[in-house]
Design a protein around this ligand. Structure first.
Ligand code: ATP
Length: 265
């Protein structure tokens, strides 16, 4: 089956600085992929490159069967790539609803559907962008990308700086999106949480992909977690009684996770 996104021997970065180095990577329709790696290895740059926000020095980038290496950023968005940047980029002088209206395009994801996913946004529908908490801004950034009805959703550290309760809400939303069949790439420092909501994981190191496999297998692989992500005792933490009970109940609760689950720098 043709891949929705197909990257071949791609090098990219910022002006003369090459950050993504000869990288190849593909993602099929409906796949949910965690993109992990230590700080500064190029994860955000890879998402920005898919979105058309960096300088590509060589290689191919195909989306939905078309070469988009020279396609402008706004056109990529129209073609179906949705982006939730790390900075959220909410329009401060627009209300919650206006933030979504400016991005909405016809399709299954309309504003009502976004409110269903994030009821909190409906309660805040008339609040301006600068009157929202960090978690609400993150919900809005994700909702705004969704009402554009993307075929591929890029999420750059959606849990960063959020309270455990907000992390639960955002993670549950990602899980629902995956279950709905949306193709997505999730960059996250909270590796264990990301691995629980995706079926595939790709790990980067110094601009290259150094691991590509199943999320559930990596969760049990302490040696690789330690070697590539700097995470120690992943398996042991995963198997605490608390977490086992949560998993058995089918819930993902960030609030019971240990703070040491973030990647080492
Ligand atoms: N706008 C930019 N201009 C120039 N260099 C940049 C820019 N953004 C990132 N870089 C550099 O690119 C490299 C990769 O950064 P990037 O943010 O992609 O890594 P990352 O894996 O997402 O890290 P983190 O997990 O800390 O967000 C770093 O050396 C960084 O300093």
């Amino acid at each position: 089956m043709a891949k929705l996104l197909d990257i071949h021997k791609l090098s990219a970065g910022y002006r003369d600085a090459v950050v993504i180095d000869d990288l190849s990577f593909g993602i099929g329709q409906g796949e949910a992929v965690s993109l992990l790696g230590r700080n500064g290895v190029g994860k955000s740059t890879l998402l920005a490159t898919i979105m058309g926000l960096t300088t590509v020095s060589k290689g191919c980038l195909e989306f939905d069967g078309k070469n988009i290496a020279n396609t402008a950023n706004y056109q990529r968005n129209r073609m179906g790539i949705g982006y939730v940047p790390q900075e959220r980029e909410i329009f401060a002088s627009l209300t919650v609803e206006q933030n979504m209206r400016v991005a909405a395009r016809p399709g299954e994801w309309n504003i009502a559907a976004a409110y269903k996913l994030f009821p909190r946004l409906e309660e805040r529908r008339n609040n301006y962008g600068n009157q929202l908490s960090g978690g609400e801004q993150q919900m809005l950034s994700m909702a705004r990308a969704l009402v554009g009805n993307p075929k591929l959703l890029l999420l750059d550290e959606p849990l960063e700086g959020l309270s455990p309760v907000m992390m639960d809400i955002l993670l549950d939303a990602v899980k629902q999106l995956k279950q709905s069949g949306l193709t997505l790439i999730l960059v996250e420092q909270h590796a264990h949480l990301a691995l629980e909501v995706t079926e595939r994981v790709v790990i980067m190191d110094r601009g290259r992909i150094v691991h590509d496999g199943r999320s559930d297998l990596l969760l049990k692989d302490d040696a690789t977690m330690h070697q590539l992500l700097g995470l120690a005792h992943a398996h042991q933490v995963e198997n605490t009684a608390e977490n086992s009970a949560e998993n058995a109940a089918g819930n993902i609760s960030a609030s019971v996770r240990k703070p040491d689950l973030k990647l080492a720098s």
